[in-house]
Write a protein that binds this ligand. Structure first.
Ligand SMILES: Cc1cc2nc3c(=O)[nH]c(=O)nc-3n(C[C@H](O)[C@H](O)[C@H](O)COP(=O)(O)OP(=O)(O)OC[C@H]3O[C@@H](n4cnc5c(N)ncnc54)[C@H](O)[C@@H]3O)c2cc1C
Ligand code: SF4
Ligand code: SF4
Length: 421
């Protein structure tokens, strides 16, 4: 098939879904404009310590895609970029993309001198605010592109210390945003998910009690490049937790919050139990659940972790979490539906297994959504295709399969666009 003369495909979102779609499309000879709003590709997967079910580092899958991007002349990667408008029709869209300045150019050698001289700090979004970075920062250890960036919103006025200190002339503090126009044949929407706002679960203590954290925060604590250098510690006193509770369906399957099942949080909590066991042989772990859902081949992983003699599964919804302010310990009140009673148990750390919300901000207008905000279908009608967790909550392997299918549907529009020229 000769795709010379076809219009490129616009992929919105550079997580595992968007990366997969971009790499698959590029492999067929189609050009891709990959638009990512943060300073680095990889999405939420880049923040995972390990992947279930094999517990391998996410670097494996991401590195493979980054290598393809480095080797492919067909993909234009725009980071710190968002699509502001898409007009026209399938096969012949006009897309306007706003690219925010990074303030650091390609000659950056990652020496880190800029961060060393920088006086300003900001909460690190990659670590969900559990740590700070300087205003001159590397998004994370595996960042692609591997370049520092500058958060100008965090800079005190008049400061130019980093620009003066950079021996490679890589810093340009006067860089301006750019608007770029592209003619594209199809649009793949792959903007992914965000964690449900745990502060809205007002009986569970997140944001009030320091030792109540969320599942995504635990991922970062377990990661060697995370805020605690890989140790899972209580935020209040940086001590090893001897008792840990997981609260499943924190917000999910609840009419007042997210009425749907977020699909991955049960397996994620079992994985987190494995992280804790790898660090602390004696820590007692309790998982409060409604149903443990480890579908398909994840069942075996769940069964293996459940063998742990110090892991207790209690079927029952958690009614509330309270704190003993003197110790920072937490009192969890929950039903035990199998025993037919209500218990209040004490823990040193509580992890809320919060659900996944579709990340809809910055998507072109008029895309069909279901009642929860997930994009409908992936049939590609009208030249728009949805891929990954913006379509439904899913683990990485299902996301990758979905995105490969989305690439094929977008490819059909790219193919037809040859005849529009
Ligand atoms: C606690 C937890 C642990 C998990 N652990 C595992 C695991 O061990 N194994 C596993 O298989 N799965 C796991 N998952 C699921 C996994 O995180 C998802 O399958 C994966 O993140 C889906 O990728 P995605 O690309 O669809 O979305 P995302 O990872 O959310 O990526 C979306 C990308 O789009 C970008 N973006 C968003 N909006 C815009 C916009 N408007 N314009 C441009 N760019 C935009 C984002 O910045 C991001 O880079 C876990 C999930 C949770 C909640
Ligand atoms: S911007 Fe300059 S000082 Fe900062 S890491 Fe890159 S090369 Fe080093
Ligand atoms: S200009 Fe901003 S990023 Fe650079 S050193 Fe000053 S505060 Fe830090």
């Amino acid at each position: 098939m000769n795709l010379a003369g076809s219009r490129p495909v616009l992929v919105i979102g550079g997580g595992i879904a968007g990366l997969t779609a971009a790499v698959e499309l590029a492999a067929t000879g189609v050009s891709v404009i990959l638009v990512e709003k943060s300073a680095s590709l990889g999405g939420r997967v880049a923040g995972l310590h390990q992947y279930f079910p094999k517990l391998c580092p996410p670097a494996c899958g991401l590195e493979m895609h980054y290598r393809s991007l480095r080797e492919s002349p067909n993909v234009t990667v725009l980071t710190q970029a968002e699509v502001v408008e898409v007009s026209g029709s399938a096969g012949a869209f006009e897309a306007t993309v706003r690219v925010e300045p990074r303030f650091v150019g390609e000659s950056c050698t990652l020496c880190g001198v800029c961060a060393g001289v920088c006086p300003a700090e900001r909460p690190d979004p990659f670590n969900y605010g559990l740590s700070q970075t300087r205003a001159a920062y590397l998004p994370h250890a595996m960042a692609y592109p591997a370049l520092y960036a500058i958060d100008r919103a965090a800079c005190p006025s008049g400061c130019q210390a980093c620009q003066t200190a950079c021996a490679y002339g890589a810093i340009h503090l006067d860089a301006q945003p750019e608007l770029r126009e592209f003619q594209v044949s199809a649009v793949v929407a792959a903007t992914g998910w965000k964690p449900y706002d745990a502060a809205r679960l007002d009986t569970l203590g997140f944001g009030k009690f320091r030792n109540v954290v969320t599942n995504v925060m635990l991922e970062r604590m377990a990661a060697a490049d995370g805020p605690t250098a890989g140790r899972i510690l209580r935020p209040s006193d940086a001590r090893e937790p001897h008792t840990v509770a997981f609260v499943q369906c924190a917000g999910s399957r609840d009419e007042n919050h997210l009425p749907y099942c977020s699909a991955v949080c049960c397996t994620a909590s079992l994985k987190h139990a494995a992280y804790i066991r790898a660090q602390y042989p004696e820590t007692a772990i309790t998982i409060f659940y409604i149903d443990i859902r480890t579908p398909g081949r994840l069942e075996e992983f769940g069964a293996a972790v459940s063998q742990d003699r110090n892991l207790r599964l209690i079927k029952g919804k958690v009614a509330r979490v309270e704190e003993n302010p003197a110790t920072g310990d937490l009192l969890v009140t929950a039903e035990d539906t199998l025993a037919g009673r209500k218990n209040t148990l004490q823990f040193e750390l509580v992890v809320l297994a919060t659900g996944m919300v579709p990340q809809q901000e910055g998507l072109p207008e008029g895309l069909a959504r279901d009642e929860f905000g997930f994009l409908n279908g992936s049939e590609g009608s009208g030249g728009f295709v949805a891929a990954g967790c913006i379509r439904r909550p899913a683990e990485v392997s299902a996301t990758v399969q979905d995105s490969t299918g989305a690439a094929l549907r977008a490819l059909q529009w790219a193919h037809r666009s040859v005849r529009h020229e």
